[in-house]
Design a protein around this ligand. Structure first.
Ligand code: ADE
Length: 231
């Protein structure tokens, strides 16, 4: 069968998923614990990437090269950027961009050098399944689809948030991993999709909202969506 990787950056976002696995074996690679087993009878590899683009890219490369996964699904929280993307809403990415990449004037701002593009698309069929799973798992919760931007920054001031919104008006949400995994999956030809629950508005209150949300909601939402996806 198909082997699906389930990735999150932080323990809180994945513990409830790990709790659902009946038979996992733990394997260490690149200093990370990979839990290989089943969820609803499907083969899965569950791993915490840790935070940031490098950590995420390393995790994706090991999942593909060593664990031979056929698709990667990222779950976790993100900061809301789009004007109507509120705390508690869900964002399923259509495409990803690294908001902190800037090789200008050699290459246009945001372009990933030598790729000729600044965005990497999510896998459409997998993202459709993920959006359906989110809607089913969290009835009444608004599910957005669109651009997610990633960078090695926790965006925690209203001024930085406004600057990002002005520079990248299409961006719905900001995280610290998605676009890095999307680039690795593009290189390796592996389908990738990401779902993020909005934990904060990436503004002056972001650090407080983030902590509360992570503790109270993130794990439950991630587990419910992953269960609906594989169930
Ligand atoms: N993940 C959750 N909230 C975030 C924020 N404000 N900035 C970057 N990544 C996030």
């Amino acid at each position: 069968g198909r082997r699906t990787a389930i990735v999150a950056a932080m323990q809180e976002e994945l513990q409830a998923v790990l709790d659902l696995m009946p038979d996992e074996t733990r394997q260490v690679a690149a200093g990370r614990e990979f839990f290989v087993g089943h969820l609803h009878g499907r083969e899965v590899v569950v791993v915490l990437s840790r935070i940031g683009k490098v950590a995420a890219a390393t995790t994706a490369a090991v999942l593909i090269e060593r664990f031979a996964v056929d698709e990667i699904v990222f779950t976790g929280v993100a900061g809301g950027l789009g004007p109507d993307v509120e705390v508690g809403h869900v964002v399923v990415a259509d495409a990803f961009l690294q908001h902190d990449i800037d090789a200008s004037p050699l290459f246009p701002r945001y372009e990933v050098p030598l790729y000729g593009t600044s965005t990497f698309a999510a896998d459409k069929p997998l993202s459709d399944r993920l959006a359906q799973a989110a809607a089913k798992a969290l009835p009444g919760v608004r599910v957005h689809r669109g651009l997610v931007v990633s960078g090695d920054r926790f965006v925690a001031t209203s001024s930085e948030s406004r600057a990002l919104q002005a520079a990248l008006p299409e961006a719905l949400a900001v995280d610290m991993e998605g676009a890095a995994i999307a680039q690795v999956c593009h290189d390796c030809g592996v389908p990738f999709a990401a779902v993020r629950t909005v934990s904060d508005r990436a503004d002056d209150a972001a650090h407080l909202d983030f902590a509360t949300f992570l503790r109270d909601v993130a794990s439950r939402h991630s587990a419910a969506i992953v269960q609906a996806l594989l169930g």
